[in-house]
Design a binder for this molecule. Sequence first.
Ligand code: BES
Ligand code: MN
Ligand code: ZN
Length: 501
Amino acid sequence: MSASPSVEFFPMDLPEKGVLVVFAGEGAALAGSVPAAIADRVARAATTNAFKGKSLATLDLLAPGGVELDRVLVVGLKSDTAYGEEDWLKVGGTIAAKTKGAEAITIWCDAADGALAAVDAARIAAGMLLRAYTFDLYKSKKGKKAGDDEPEPDVASAVSFAVADVAAAKAAFETEKAIADGVVLARDLVNEPANVLGPIEYADRIAALSEHGLAVEILDEAAMTELKMGALLGVAQGSPRPARIAILRWDGGPDGEAPVAFVGKGVVFDTGGISIKPAGSMDEMKGDMGGSAAVVGLMRALAARKAKVNAIGIVGLVENSVDGLAQRPGDIVTAMSGTTIEVLNTDAEGRLVLADALWYCQNRFKPKFMIDLATLTGAIIVALGNHQAGLFSNNDELAERLHAAGKTTGEKVWRLPLGPEYDKMIEGKFADIKNIGSGRAAGSITAAQFLQRFVNDLPWAHLDIAGTAMGSPANEYNQSWASGYGVRLLNRLVADHYETA
Ligand code: BES
Ligand code: MN
Ligand code: ZN
């Protein structure tokens, strides 16, 4: 959303201006390629400042005399254990933060134990782009310095990477940039207020992604009525803004191969309906479409990096509002699957939206697996805080793959149980099932059990991202309320296991 720096890759020649970023390993050891004058300066400063090259520690120095640079920024890199995907983003985010406002910076991609891999340099660049993100669309004066004609850029405006293999770094950056753009799209969608992003506007934005080679199909209310999506439509009926389902398709894999599928909760605003939410922090419910935003961002990323996979994204876009036609507690709706549902709490709406979206997805596309993402329950925040998403799955292999992808991307997941004892808690009194459990016990699990009622015998995972899609703590590569959580996690899952060579 905010201005992001230009990123270029060059061979390893010393620049003549701006800030030079060099990496230091254990004991502040530098690469042999760092010019002696600079290495000397760093060695002396490291002693005085007790700089030991600890991971992500920095040392900001004036350039030594005789060198045509302004500053040298030393950044600690851990060399004893390999960095994962997220660690490189943190390196980039740290550099961006420490060089804020600089005109030109050059990152010297060589370390004491050897040159950085092309993909690692590219991930540093992606970390800088993600750090540069702010949602300032509605700020009359961009940036911090009020009164200026031109706001101060959040990060350096031009970033150069001095790398061993320019072509390889450029190619790697195309991929990493595609992923970062997907994350930024997800953040933008979550940050956008609900008056601007209703279901129709959201569907329009998704349709515009065809520019990246995605095939997009939109189902309107008539189409959903035809399909008998009574669960989703019941949620939408209290809002004058009609619901939509968007189906995104990326065919990058072999013809006819079953797709992988991602399904997202896209409640553009959740008032709670007649079971209305308390006023405090209700504004945050503009982010109740975070699951859908992750799906949309992921699909954009897969398309932009031309992933060798067939993938489907399905998002249910509705507003859970409250007017004279809104559904009431006690109403009974019939889902597309034929299952009847007692709506005992109109604020448990996400599962109603997903019930029809999941059923539609598995029956129409017969995917290899389905993963749904949803800001589904407050209870998951009670359990896991804002640090990990809840994972529920009927398939150990899929769950383990997600867990591994979470570890390297830093978009962590923690598995919680499913089971018949929990399923019993959603048995209906007047209908097949009810949309809440009994009391507050195991709230995130009973929500997941509800979803499982709409999943047949195929590998499925549910990610409850109520705590991670928004309001998670700021870090090196995200300073925004909306994190874009899920895009990198699922991109990694696809890249590691579901792409043809
Ligand atoms: N969108 C909310 C869950 C949520 C809460 C997301 C906080 C992000 C932050 C969801 O629709 C909801 O209201 N869930 C209820 C379920 C309850 C009525 C069984 C909840 O968690 O309280
Ligand atoms: Mn709700
Ligand atoms: Zn909700």
